[in-house]
Ligand binder design. Sequence first.
Ligand SMILES: NC(=O)c1ccc[n+]([C@@H]2O[C@H](COP(=O)([O-])OP(=O)(O)OC[C@H]3O[C@@H](n4cnc5c(N)ncnc54)[C@H](O)[C@@H]3O)[C@@H](O)[C@H]2O)c1
Length: 347
Amino acid sequence: MSQRKVKAAVIGVGLIGEQHAEAYHEYPRSELVYVMDLDSKRAWAVGERFGCRYTTDIEEVAASEVDVVSVATPDFAHFQPTMRMIEAGKHVVVEKPLATSVREARQMAEAARRRGVKMTVNLGLRWSPGFLTVRDSIRSGEIGEPIMAHVRLADTIWVPRKMLSWAGKSGPQWFLFAHTMDLLRWFLGQEAQEVYAVGTKRVLAAEGINAYDAIQALVRFERTFVTFETAWILPEAWPDIVESEMTIYGSRGRLHFDAKRQGFELSSDEFGKHMFARPALWKRFKLPSTWWGALRSMVDCVLDGGEPAIPAEDGLAVTAMIEAVERSIQEDRPISPRSLIEGSASS
Ligand SMILES: NC(=O)c1ccc[n+]([C@@H]2O[C@H](COP(=O)([O-])OP(=O)(O)OC[C@H]3O[C@@H](n4cnc5c(N)ncnc54)[C@H](O)[C@@H]3O)[C@@H](O)[C@H]2O)c1
């Protein structure tokens, strides 16, 4: 095993990017050497916290000795920094969703392949012990053939209202379906064939935020059909920042996951051990170490060879599912994600 440490940088050190920086800083096989943010105060604050170089100029990162770069800019702003880093020969970890259009996601995946660099998407839920158990159960046949599933991941209205300054340029489909659609595709080992979705823009629009309040999407995979629900209008009184629930029906059994808890619990030195946090604590919330599996997998494969655990193509497939959701809502008809990927080749 290589004794060398991977040199890492993070572009976009907001709420999540700062935690990428911490993950590289803490992982024994990597060292954080650079952070970059358009906001000089953020770059300075995170650089000072970890004792690394900081800048507002992406060209400094491109020209540096850095091996791996995390891109944790807002959902709609992953494309340009990622393409610049690929061009500079860096391996890239992109926050979810890979991109907010199939055209961009496809260009990113192709550019990485052409340049011979590794690219992955940060989908930390794949390392969550609960979801790993669900996947193992399905893959080992404990519920037989998966027939039908229902998945809901929603946020309180605090997220679009106060947490994300860029909520109107994204939506619960990009922010939350990126997780659940990836999980189900991964659990089932099947591709989405067709997506039909409905959604509304009423509550958030009335507050000047151009994002969907709620969406329901019926996705037909090769042998299983799944209803995905998401919303950004849960009341702030909801005791957690998210609502997360999933039921999978198989030919010989049923699996159920429910993150709901009653009451308010706080049980950590650093607010980090508990996945149960109120909005007021979220800004200090530290995701559990399992969340950083995609980063660690990238560092490991740069040192040891091989490919990251989550290929860029998975990010492209999920982006296509979400773009199919948007198009289905707009056009009121089922859309094939595969046709979007194939169609993007000529656009
Ligand atoms: N993996 C997860 O579970 C998870 C959770 C929350 C957010 N996210 C994702 O992480 C990303 C960032 O979300 P956030 O909540 O940290 O947002 P944020 O607004 O807190 O941080 C974004 C940062 O990027 C900076 N920035 C914007 N454009 C930039 C550019 N072109 N170059 C450099 N810096 C730039 C901003 O100044 C800001 O500091 C989003 O894609 C979001 O969906 C992932």
